[in-house]
Design a protein around this ligand. Structure first.
Ligand SMILES: [Zn+2]
Length: 150
């Protein structure tokens, strides 16, 4: 079964994800971010690259930029807000629900929530370790945001 937690945006429209660049989780601590940053710097630093191509330079600059924004709690907070706003800007959110609001279908091993259109929001059990998941309706263009933190 295909995972329903897909990206709702076109790759080209997505804002730069600094967490992705730092290969870190959104919830990562500054220490974790720093560790990843330092590890990635070693692999990306232009001086360390025998073939100093533009691509590695760009990646290196992006890495610097990502770390600069995320190391500071204030700029990180602003960036988080911007990122979440960007990601949800074209989203038709039907509801914010908790995982426990969804029905667990034992035979399917997934959680289900009924949309107002009669369609379903389906979340496969164990398919995500994220705290918040956006699930699209299988019938219409609405989505629900599910909080799995419990
Ligand atoms: Zn629907």
């Amino acid at each position: 079964m295909v995972s329903m937690t897909m990206n709702l945006k076109d790759e080209t429209e997505r804002p730069v994800d600094y967490y992705e660049i730092l290969q870190s989780d959104r919830k990562a601590s500054v220490e974790e971010l720093k560790k990843n940053y330092q590890r990635l710097v070693l692999t990306l630093h232009p001086d360390k690259n025998a073939v100093g191509c533009d691509k590695s330079d760009a990646s290196f600059l992006m890495l610097q930029k990502a770390w600069t924004v995320l190391r500071d709690p204030e700029t990180r907070k602003l960036y988080d807000a911007e990122l979440s706003c960007e990601e949800h800007s074209d989203l038709l959110l039907y509801a914010n629900i908790d995982l426990k609001d969804m029905d667990y279908l034992e035979s399917e091993e997934c959680y289900s929530y009924t949309c107002r259109c009669g369609g379903n929001y389906i979340l496969e059990a164990g398919s995500t370790d994220q705290i918040k998941v956006i699930i699209p309706c299988d019938e219409c263009s609405f989505s629900v945001e599910v909080t799995c933190d419990s």
